[in-house]
Design a protein around this ligand. Structure first.
Ligand code: URP
Ligand code: ZN
Ligand code: ZN
Length: 461
């Protein structure tokens, strides 16, 4: 099977030109102007943008959490991702305490069998005795070249500084990357207990018990631990100016610290947690939404490359029956929000259209940089000869109103309900095969492949 995409405006992290792409089976094999090649299928992309498929490096599909399970599995979640222009995502396998990482990996591989797009996994470490350090090397050999550690959620996922330091020393040697959930969980826990004891149980107290200082402190500590271990560190879902400052300071010193933020921190704010009728619960995730002024700082961080990646932290829980588990106390609301489908459109409309970021930067933040950071590049995140033909054909003029009524995520609300965007997906190719065409689904469960990744060190050599 061969496909020719003609006359599109090809936009990568570095380039912007009108051209043709020739795809043979699953790879891009020729790039040129006015290619005279015959193909089984020809797509006319005149007036459209042609960009590499989005790479979302932070999702939680089919994840047991907060007494329930996230409502998208690998089939519905990857399908929604594809409708939004993301053709590869990295989800999280979770090692339970005392469990071998290998066993956790097998469980998540099974879950991933239904994927409709390509995917990879990070391993969440909850337990790392010295004797089990070799497990991390085994994961790297399996192509899981990143690990997530939590400085928050005591008694659930949180690990102590010694465990973090041990893991960082190991990745300093095996070339993998530690992703850090950086919030001071012990302090937050005390603030939560006090609020609940005082009867302060509404959703807004989720944000008020997780101050920005708790994030800034943890980011600072994570960086210090990484420096002492001579390892890079990647801060996930960075939400506040306090945390951003710590990352900027370290990067100015030349420390290999990287960070992502998410659309919700760029576009929503703490006021959303005060919505009446318990609707604030829809915005309960961690770190929490901040005061509005933090948004400008985060956009600036994206422009200045203090932040290198925009991911979604897609972790959907339905309002009915799942978020409602916390009706009597915010501390019982499952933490997480949906967004895997909206990342490209939100960053295009609020970033590119509003002139906060360039078109090239848009591609870089959503596809190329995450692919490079996590060892997927140039197979993913690129339009180049030999890359996987994961292609988004983007209509910059298509208008759309985001709504739970029309989205494809398996969740009964949208965090961005009613947001109007200009610029949306027209066609999506996954390894040469059209899986979305003008809002029609052509993909199938099981078509996605688990992608073995290179190490961080390997990706940047
Ligand atoms: O609230 C969130 N972010 N839920 C998902 C788990 C995590 O901390 O990333
Ligand atoms: Zn997290
Ligand atoms: Zn997360």
């Amino acid at each position: 099977m061969s496909t020719l995409i003609r006359n599109g405006r090809i936009i990568t992290a570095e380039q912007d030109y009108i051209g043709d792409l020739y795809i043979e089976k699953d790879k891009i094999t020729t790039i040129g102007v006015n290619l005279q090649t015959q193909a089984d299928k020809v797509i006319d992309a005149r007036g459209k943008y042609v960009i590499p498929g989005g790479v979302d490096v932070h999702t939680h599909l089919d994840m047991p959490f907060g007494g329930t399970v996230s409502s998208d599995d690998f089939e519905t979640g990857t399908r929604a991702a594809a409708f939004g222009g993301t053709t590869c995502l990295i989800d999280f396998a979770i090692q339970s305490k005392g469990q071998k990482m290998r066993e956790a990996l097998d469980i998540w591989w099974k879950k991933g069998e239904k994927a409709t797009t390509d995917y990879s996994l990070h391993m969440i470490i909850t337990d790392l005795p010295e004797a089990h350090l070799e497990d991390m090397n085994e994961m790297v050999r399996e192509g899981l070249t990143s690990f997530k550690l939590f400085m928050a959620y005591p008694n659930v996922l949180m690990v102590d500084d010694a465990t973090i330091f041990r893991a960082l020393r190991q990745t300093g040697q095996n070339g993998a990357l530690v992703c850090m959930h950086a919030e001071n969980g012990s302090v937050i826990d005390l603030l939560v207990q006090k609020a609940v004891a005082e009867g302060k149980v509404a959703p807004i107290y989720h944000a008020l018990t997780r101050p920005t200082t708790a994030e800034g402190e943890a980011v600072n500590r994570a960086i210090a631990l990484a420096e002492m271990a001579s390892a890079p560190v990647y801060i996930v879902h960075l939400s506040s100016a306090d945390a951003l400052e710590k990352v900027a300071e370290a990067r100015d010193k030349g420390v290999p610290v990287f960070a992502e933020t998410c659309p919700q921190y760029l576009l929503l704010s703490i006021e959303d947690l005060e919505r009446p009728n318990f609707e604030g619960a829809k915005y309960v995730f961690t770190p929490p939404l901040r005061e509005k002024w933090h948004q400008d700082k985060l956009w600036e961080g994206l422009r200045k490359n203090t932040l290198q990646v925009v991911s979604t932290d897609h972790c959907p829980f339905c309002f009915k029956e799942q978020k409602e588990l916390g009706r009597d106390s915010f501390a019982k609301i499952p933490n997480g929000g949906p967004g895997v489908e909206n990342r490209l459109q939100l960053l295009f409309h609020h970033g590119v259209n509003k002139k906060r970021i360039t078109l090239n930067r848009w591609v870089e933040l959503l596809s190329t940089a995450p692919a490079k950071m996590f060892g997927l590049y140039p197979r993913k995140g690129a339009i180049s000869i030999g890359s996987d033909a994961d292609i988004v054909i983007w209509d910059p003029n298509k208008e759309h109103t985001i709504s739970a009524k029309t989205h494809h995520m398996n969740v009964d609300y949208s965090m961005f309900e009613g947001f109007k965007v200009k610029g949306n997906v027209e066609t999506i190719l996954l390894r040469g095969e059209t899986i979305v065409d003008k809002e029609k689904w052509l993909g199938k469960a099981g078509r996605g492949q688990f992608i073995k990744r290179d190490t961080y060190a390997g990706a940047w050599k």
